[in-house]
Design a binder for this molecule. Structure first.
Ligand SMILES: O=C(O)CCC(=O)C(=O)O
Length: 327
């Protein structure tokens, strides 16, 4: 079957039932109809080139057009400095820092994400780093996934020039086309405790498939956007003491279920749904399936919370026993 000609025929008859394939429940750059849809879209050359690169490689580099770039970066670096102590990252600084929130909601990024995903992008988490994370290769789909699949991406902004020796980001171009492995696919049980083994699996996978690594060096104010399934990580820090100030924002897109695959076993009905907050409004975003709102499920208790609940139960039982003895 000539897929291009078939797609063209479908597109030429928008009233036919096949026309619903236009609404295939996945990002358009991942569907087999993308070349046809792209031709029809008649985009400006720069946008066409950008989305073609993103479709092919699974990542793209853009300029974020931040006004007052130097001042903004310096303010973020200085404000967050005391908060990095001992942890090397600050999660969700957008809640208290307007500069961080401004970077996460930049119009230039919003515009490109709408182009890439054809849906409203929802910034829901920020991470700021003062130095290279040296994180092992992974894809974000073990942490954040969506139904329909693929409606998630990361946007990583350089808050200073980032060269080869300060632990830059690495990506595996084209790896976004591989399946979105979850722990079960890899023979691992769900749960955080399997994460180190997941990382080993990804290491073995890139070697077995022969994927080529690309090191992403950036100028201050540039951003790399990666697709949910793209394999990426942090390079070793080669220059001791070097900083690598950066901010990652994770985005979901409207009209999806948002969940954490690492803690889920969807095929036996265990789905760790996420309650995400849209930074732009401060409001929780309902999980939706086929357009229908699905009741938010409470996040599972962390071991610490479980222990706290357990010790409360023990205390309650002891008090009841004491009360009975005093009667
Ligand atoms: O900044 C890095 O080195 C890695 C960040 C990353 O992998 C992520 O946010 O998913």
């Amino acid at each position: 079957m000539d897929i291009q000609r078939t797609a063209a025929a479908i597109m030429a008859s928008p009233d036919s039932t096949e026309a619903s394939l236009r609404q295939m429940n996945m990002p358009w750059f991942m569907t087999p109809f993308f070349p046809t849809l792209l031709n029809e879209a008649n985009l400006p050359v720069a946008d066409r080139t950008l989305i073609e690169a993103f479709a092919r490689d699974g990542y793209a580099i853009i300029d974020t057009e931040i006004a007052d770039l130097d001042a903004v970066c310096t303010r973020i670096i200085n404000t967050l400095a005391p908060k990095y102590a001992g942890i090397g990252r600050v999660q969700d600084a957008w809640k208290s820092d307007n500069d961080v929130k401004m970077l996460a909601t930049l119009p230039a990024i919003d515009r490109v994400l709408r182009l890439f995903y054809q849906r409203d992008p929802i910034p829901f988490q920020t991470l700021n780093f003062p130095v290279g994370t040296q994180q092992h290769t992974h894809s974000d789909t073990v942490h954040f996934h969506s139904v329909p699949h693929g409606f998630m991406c990361g946007v990583w902004i350089a808050l200073e020039d980032i060269g080869e020796d300060s632990g830059p980001l690495h990506v595996y171009p084209g790896s976004h086309r591989m399946p979105a492995w979850d722990f079960h696919d890899l023979g691992l049980s769900s749960g955080r405790e399997s994460y180190a083994r997941y990382e080993n699996c990804m290491e073995a996978y890139v070697q077995a498939v022969g994927l080529k690594k690309h090191i992403v060096t950036l100028k201050k104010g540039q951003a790399v956007i990666w697709a949910a399934t793209l394999l990426h990580g942090g390079e070793p820090i080669k220059r001791a003491g070097s900083t690598r100030h950066s901010q990652v924002t994770h985005y979901y897109f409207e009209n999806c279920l948002y969940y954490t695959p690492m803690n889920s076993d969807p095929y036996i009905g265990k789905m760790h749904l996420r309650n995400i907050t849209d930074m732009r409004t401060g409001q929780l975003v309902p999980n939706r399936y086929g357009g229908r709102v699905i009741d938010a499920v409470p996040e599972p208790a962390t071991p610490v919370q479980s222990a706290a609940v357990a010790s409360k139960d023990v205390l309650k039982r002891l008090m009841e026993r004491a009360r009975r003895m005093m009667k």
